[in-house]
Design a protein around this ligand. Structure first.
Ligand code: TYD
Length: 137
């Protein structure tokens, strides 16, 4: 599978740098939640789930980390190592995050509020969900 990236514009001058993510302009979906992962153990993978509806953009705004994406038929591994590089993670996409540097801050822009009902945490269930075309059983 081919991951979808965003390259956010960097505004820089002698004072430093600034990047902007504006819904409707820089990304397609409205941002209804923001969370960030920091202090992650470099030896541990996290994620291990997919979402039924949720769309996200992942940005490593400091340090770096890797993300494995799996759409149910193929996989890819991506390195996020720039505060202007965003990775789109659509619905029905299994994800695992790993190889966090000690200084990594992974920012997640999400299209919906947090709801456990939107999670698929079992990989076999995820494969069945994809096979059914995202329909409930
Ligand atoms: P978890 O889903 O395990 O994180 P990851 O996707 O990186 O494996 O979330 C860790 C904890 O944070 C868990 O107790 C649920 C909670 N949480 C919220 O309360 N709100 C949120 O928006 C998110 C993403 C997690």
């Amino acid at each position: 599978m081919k991951p979808k990236f965003y390259h956010f514009v960097e505004h820089g001058d002698s004072r430093g740098k600034l990047a902007v993510v504006e819904p409707g302009k820089d990304i397609e979906f409205p941002i209804r939640r923001i969370y960030y992962i920091y202090g992650a153990d470099s030896n541990q993978r996290r994620g291990f789930h997919a979402h039924k509806r949720l769309e996200q953009v992942l940005l490593c705004v400091h340090g770096s980390c890797k993300v494995m994406l799996d759409d149910g038929s193929s996989r890819c591994d991506v390195t996020l190592d720039s505060p202007t590089l965003g990775l789109y993670v659509g619905n029905a996409m299994w994800r695992e995050m790993y190889d966090f540097t000690p200084d990594a801050v992974l920012l997640v822009l999400a299209s919906e509020p947090y709801t456990e009902a939107d999670y698929i945490r079992n990989y076999d269930e995820f494969l069945k969900y994809v096979k059914r075309g995202g329909q409930p059983e």
